[in-house]
Design a protein around this ligand. Sequence first.
Ligand code: SF4
Ligand code: SF4
Length: 152
Amino acid sequence: MVRRACGTCTACCTVMGVPDLGKDYYERCEHEGRSRCIIYESRPDGCRNFSCQWLVGAMEEWDRPDKIGVVFDITSGGDLGRIPIALEVEKGASDRGRGRRAVRFVAKNSPVLVVSPDGTRRLEGGPPDASTTLIGNAPGADMSVEREIPSD
Ligand code: SF4
Ligand code: SF4
C-alpha cells in the first residue's frame, strides 16, 4: 500500500474530533499553525495515530485533502457496515471541482457519507435503496440518512 506524507496539509486538524484535546469535529485546533502543528513532537496519540484515507494510498497523489477540500475517513454506517466518510473542509467542497470528482470516484464502490461543516449530511452511492442509521461518534451519529442521487 502507498504511504504518503502529510506535508503542509492540516485539513484533519480542523475537521476531525480529537477527544484527547476535548476538540469536537469542526473545531479548529488551538495548536494548528500555518500549515503545521505547532506541538507536533508532543501531539496527542489521537493525532499521531490518525491517517486519512488519502494518506494511506486512496485516490490520486494530487487529491491531498487540503487541495480538494475533503478529508476521507472510514466510519460505522449502521446496516451498511464500515463505509467511507467524506468530511468537507469548507461547505460545498464536495460539490465542486476535485472534491466532487473524489467523492464520485469513491461512491462508485461504496456508499459514502458526506458531511458539511454546518452539520448537513447525505449519503451518496451504494444500492439504490440504501439508507442507514449511523452509529459511533462521527458527525451524523444516530441520525437516519437517506441515499441521495447526485444530479451529475
Ligand atoms: S488530512 Fe490526511 S494528509 Fe492532511 S494532515 Fe490529516 S492525515 Fe495528513
Ligand atoms: S494537536 Fe496538532 S496534530 Fe493534533 S489536531 Fe491539533 S494541530 Fe492537529
